[in-house]
Design a protein around this ligand. Structure first.
Ligand code: NDP
Length: 318
């Protein structure tokens, strides 16, 4: 058995070092340094982050691919990816808790209109009333947050926001039972969620069914002046529709962490738009320290003939 790490992310060397430290018994090889002389037939598991197209297909005896990230589109985008291979997406506490922190911070910032006050500071403007006339500023209890996707990430964020006092409505394919969170499904459920969401958080996976979902039709169903937090994928968002919705005032602002093209190109209008907060795909990162345990447990589970948590359903695409 050989476990091959194929990563084109900046953290590849950190992962290799931590895998060797925490799992010294794992027969690990690292692409591309260890490829010379490696028998492709010996590779049984691939740990992957944005593998080069065609690379995984070179190893005929792979039993499963383990993603270093929660999304698996960076693996399935490869036209030569062997469709029969199981893919385990990353599920680990550091990634989940990091997302919970980020979404909570952005929801609170949107609720408190912190981006607007920052813009005012840059112009040396003293206008306290952007949150409403003094004494009428809303508290979180009056600000419903809608969450698209109630999976590992969405559920953790929904629980935290509800615990903090926000009314929370979530949307998924199947109903959920999460304390303090209203769970909705289907087209009708989506309409209901949108009609109430002052803040909309996207935590859907990228699939054929979800691409372009953040579009003009959807924005029009939100209350006027709603705020968008997109931490799913750039392909969920129709960029021109967002700019239009911001210009018309239908949306008051947006925090965008993911983009169709990353890094976001230098001349992109999102960089300088006063109502857009841009972060460089850092909403949450798999923590190497906790992620290694997950990788090891998933491989052991596959070896026992079991299915670890987070194996992608090929029909659903996530
Ligand atoms: P999960 O697979 O656990 O959850 C996905 C959720 O989306 C599920 O609730 C699922 O419904 C729902 N869903 C999927 N398709 C549809 C659909 N067509 N209609 C309605 N609901 C749908 O994924 P995670 O929570 O782990 O991650 C979600 C996404 O977050 C990732 O795919 C990735 O794109 C993004 N992400 C971004 C990061 C960043 O730093 N920006 C970091 C980590 C993740 P059901 O529960 O019924 O199956």
């Amino acid at each position: 058995m050989t476990v091959l790490l194929i990563s084109r992310s900046d953290s590849a060397a950190t992962w290799a070092a931590e895998l060797r430290r925490q799992a010294p018994d794992m027969p690990l090889k690292v692409w591309p340094d260890d490829i010379d002389g490696l028998d492709p037939a010996s590779v049984t598991y691939v740990i992957a982050a944005k593998p080069p197209p065609g690379e995984i297909a070179r190893y005929p005896n792979v039993k499963a691919v383990l993603s270093l990230w929660a999304g698996v589109d960076h693996i399935t985008a490869d036209p030569d990816f062997p469709a029969h291979l199981p893919i385990a997406r990353m599920v680990e506490s550091g990634l989940t808790n990091g997302m919970r922190e980020f979404v909570m911070a952005q929801a609170l910032a949107a609720h408190l209109k912190l981006p607007d006050y920052l813009n005012q500071q840059r112009q040396q403007l003293w206008r306290p009333e952007i949150r409403g006339p003094h004494g009428t500023e809303p508290l979180v209890e009056e600000v419903t947050v809608g969450i698209l996707g109630l999976g590992v990430m969405g559920e953790a964020c929904a629980r935290a926001l509800a615990d903090f006092g926000f009314p929370v409505v979530g949307w998924a394919r199947s109903p959920k039972d999460i304390p303090g969170v209203e769970s909705l499904c289907g087209d009708d459920g989506l309409e209901t969620l949108l009609s109430r969401s002052r803040i909309l958080v996207n935590l859907l996976p990228r699939t054929d069914a979800t691409e372009d979902i953040l579009n003009a039709d959807l924005f029009a169903k939100l209350p006027e002046g709603a705020y968008l937090i997109n931490v799913g994928r750039g392909e969920h968002l129709v960029e021109a529709d967002l700019l239009q919705a911001l210009d018309s005032g239908q949306l008051a602002g947006a925090t965008l962490d993911v983009f169709r093209e990353e890094p976001l190109p230098g001349k992109h209008p999102f960089w300088t738009h006063p109502a857009i907060t841009v972060t460089p795909h850092i909403a949450s990162i798999t923590r190497v320290r906790t992620g290694v345990g997950r990788l090891r447990a998933a491989i052991e589970s596959f070896e026992r003939g079991e299915t670890p948590e987070g194996v992608v359903d090929p029909k659903a695409g996530y």
